[in-house]
Design a protein around this ligand. Structure first.
Ligand SMILES: [Zn+2]
Length: 302
């Protein structure tokens, strides 16, 4: 599938358990245009800054990447463990003259290579409340309509926020509000021209009030998808390659993983495709880490 626009909606804190607690018909694929995978979100050495790193992985397709939350003093670029800037799908889009748009939590900008790499934004630092689903929907649609060709990344904060406050019923409501955003997007976006990706950076457990690495949902929606396609186990790092594939862009330099849009097409064509994540992605990750210089070699080179 080649499209003009990609919307990546990141629902901060929504793991598969949080999703199934709520009534979420749009994300559950009731409209019959959804490919669904269960995503791994394990993040190496993430510590307390899970959310920015998860966004960095989605943008670069790279497993060894770090980023800090963008704000007035930090633009939110992605770096590898040697301190080098890592190319994101936003950098590739800039080189191809496509729009790079971010809405909601500031972390959304990380996917696109940082706040200075955006063509427009409605982020927290622009005064947006990322947990207000009505405001989020309005701003996403406004910028989506203005965009001719490009990537729009939106990060909704309501699920994570209520999870940290151990507000179980609030979290369930927040998932349902996120689902309303998805429902409107599916109605308003021309799915012939648009790929909608729904993902989560990590789970947030409303009993403990903490982040976790439970599996998260990953949904792809566009006009070519009929019924419900099972993607099996996927990884959030595959989002970068998937966005690049959908827009016909070069894959970011250090991206690993599969183009999930292409996988959907092969599954729809009835091809016998191995959905064995262990075989496919672990092989790629293995090759990736084998190519990495050891720390002492990296020092000598630089
Ligand atoms: Zn959080």
């Amino acid at each position: 599938m080649t499209v003009n626009k990609v919307i990546l909606l990141v629902i901060d804190g929504m793991d598969t358990v949080n999703l199934t607690l709520a009534n979420a018909p749009a994300m559950s694929g009731i409209h019959g245009k959804t490919a669904v995978g269960v995503a791994h979100t394990e993040i190496i050495g993430a510590g307390a800054v899970l959310t920015p790193i998860a966004h960095a992985m989605m943008g670069t397709g790279s497993p060894d990447v770090i980023a800090t939350r963008p704000g007035f003093e930090n633009e939110g670029k992605c770096y590898n463990y040697y301190g080098e800037v890592v190319e994101t799908v936003g950098d590739v889009a800039r080189d191809a003259d496509l729009s790079r748009v971010a809405v909601g939590k500031n972390e959304a900008a990380i996917v696109l290579g940082g706040t200075r790499n955006l063509t427009s934004s409605r982020l927290e630092l622009d005064g947006i409340d990322p947990s207000d689903e009505k405001e989020m929907t309005r701003e996403i649609l406004d910028l989506f309509y203005q965009m001719e060709k490009g990537i729009l990344v939106a990060t909704y904060g309501g699920v994570d926020y209520t999870g940290h406050h151990k507000n179980v019923s609030g979290l369930i409501q927040a998932v349902e509000k996120a689902d309303e955003i998805v429902g409107v997007l599916l109605k308003e976006a021309d799915l012939q021209q648009t790929l909608v990706i729904i993902a989560a950076d990590h789970g947030t457990n409303p009993i403990t009030g903490r982040h976790n690495t439970a599996p998260t949902p990953l949904c792809l929606m566009d006009s070519t998808i009929a019924g419900r396609v099972n993607l099996g186990v996927v990884h959030n790092i595959e989002i970068a390659t998937t966005i690049a594939g959908a827009l016909g862009l070069k894959v970011p330099q250090r991206a690993v993983g599969r183009d999930l849009g292409e996988l959907v097409q092969r599954l729809l064509a009835g091809e016998q495709v191995s959905l064995d994540y262990q075989l496919e992605l672990e092989r790629q990750l293995d090759a990736f880490f084998r190519k990495q210089p050891l720390r002492h070699e990296a020092k000598r080179d630089r």
